[in-house]
Design a protein around this ligand. Sequence first.
Ligand code: C2E
Ligand code: MG
Ligand code: MG
Length: 501
Amino acid sequence: MFQDRIDLLKGNHCEVIQLDAEFAIDQGLPIYLDWTCSIVDDEKDRNIILAIGIDLTQRKRDEEALEWLANNDPLTGIGNRRGFQHDLQKVLDTQRNGAVVFIDVNRFKQINDLYGHTVGDNVLIQIAESLRASVRLTDSISRLAGDEFTVVLPNIKADQLEKFLQKLSEKLCGQLFLSREGRWVEYSVSVGAALIPLHGTTEQELIVHADMAMYQAKKKGGDQWQIFDPSTNDLADIRRDHDLTSLLKQALKRTDLFELNYQPIYCIKSETVSHYEVLLRLTDLNGNPVYPNDFIPAAERMGLIRLVDEWVLDHAISKLATIWEAGTHFSLSINISAPTLQSNTFPEILNNLIRKYQVDPNHIIIELTETAYIENFQMVLTNLTRISESGVMVALDDFGVGFSSFSYLKKLPLSYVKLDGSYILDLENNLDNQVFVESLNKMVNAFGMRTIAEFVEDEVTLRKLEELGVEYAQGYYIGKPSPDLSEMVAGAGFEPTTFGL
Ligand code: C2E
Ligand code: MG
Ligand code: MG
């Protein structure tokens, strides 16, 4: 080829030729030269070939690197989202038979928070390596984003896929040694898969179904695998959880979907409001409200509640600091869910925020429900003891429903007990509830704690509570949850009647 072109030049068939050539080898790597050859006369009028070569090696390597980066993930060396889409499309265009697998690292955020991003990165690299070792040459592996990995498997049947997923979920659970700390970090994954063409024939369908299967696996408790099952009874629930999860993830990143509301807690005797309960509000992408009783349990099931609780803590404590700076003092009561209370990082996260915003810990109340400590009493007790030692108060929410063991009242470092609204709603007419409220209030007081009655919706209820000796009241009659905390704080000495429904 090269010789043919030179011959053309020699035979005077053309004056200049251009040649791209992969020429020599520099320490094992090819060198790319761009040659321009022409016939010129030398001083004795003889024809000679003048060849000028430009070294294009660097440019070529830069181009190759750019092309690689467009389809691959620099951290792990496996494909990226674009690579995944490309490989999946290839299977859809050619074989039309195979599977898409979604993998999510369990509690990855916790690993990052506890041990830092370098350890998090190393976990991802280790998972990518185990993935590489688990797949066939024809399969393609990618990291979609963060802690989400995918495998595209051309030509695989359901029974083979089951075996593969079983093997995969075992191989992708591992541990990483931290030499500085001298300890191991454990990690595990949840795996979901969708079959081509059974569960979808387009990229969009397959992604949604593999992702939903992964949520099905996560719902089973993590470290599990699941092939998408469209016949399952709880498919509607799964779809809802799936949609809520993606909404919550967006709400955590954006600024316009989550909003904090504040509801006054009224001291009956002093006729003042000095506490506000923080209640989280969420709107979906169409601007419709999503209720805490829906999204909080979903966030708990999907392992997102710790991030949600942290978001609330951060924004509420920052708000407390801002309004305090303006000169008015009050306390905020913040609901915290079981998984957060049971995690050993909770006291540290709370203390860091208290330091960051320079607020008085005595003016923060943490509300927990009984379900928070049923599973892991010791851990919750340790955490609550730690936060109350630093000055933070603790309230037991929704008391009276569920298992209500009085023995726990004594063991936990509580300052407040909130009587569940179901005992308060019809207090005036329900004598049993009056007896319950009065005796519980006496017991709570005997332990040195205070009672707050929830769902106070009218004047007669408020007066009844006063008669029964209850110290605090909260409910629509006192004030509805509202985002305008500054405004409410400014009118804190109000007469409750002016705030009625
Ligand atoms: P909760 O902590 O017991 O909050 C009281 C709920 O009762 C709130 O509902 C409040 O809007 C409602 N409420 C207040 N006054 C009245 C009244 O007079 N009558 C009636 N019928 N209801 C009243 P919301 O805001 O929908 O919250 C529901 C639950 O969601 C909360 O129950 C709490 O367990 C959870 N939650 C809310 N915000 C957060 C949060 O930021 N983090 C966590 N982890 N959980 C939260
Ligand atoms: Mg509450
Ligand atoms: Mg409550």
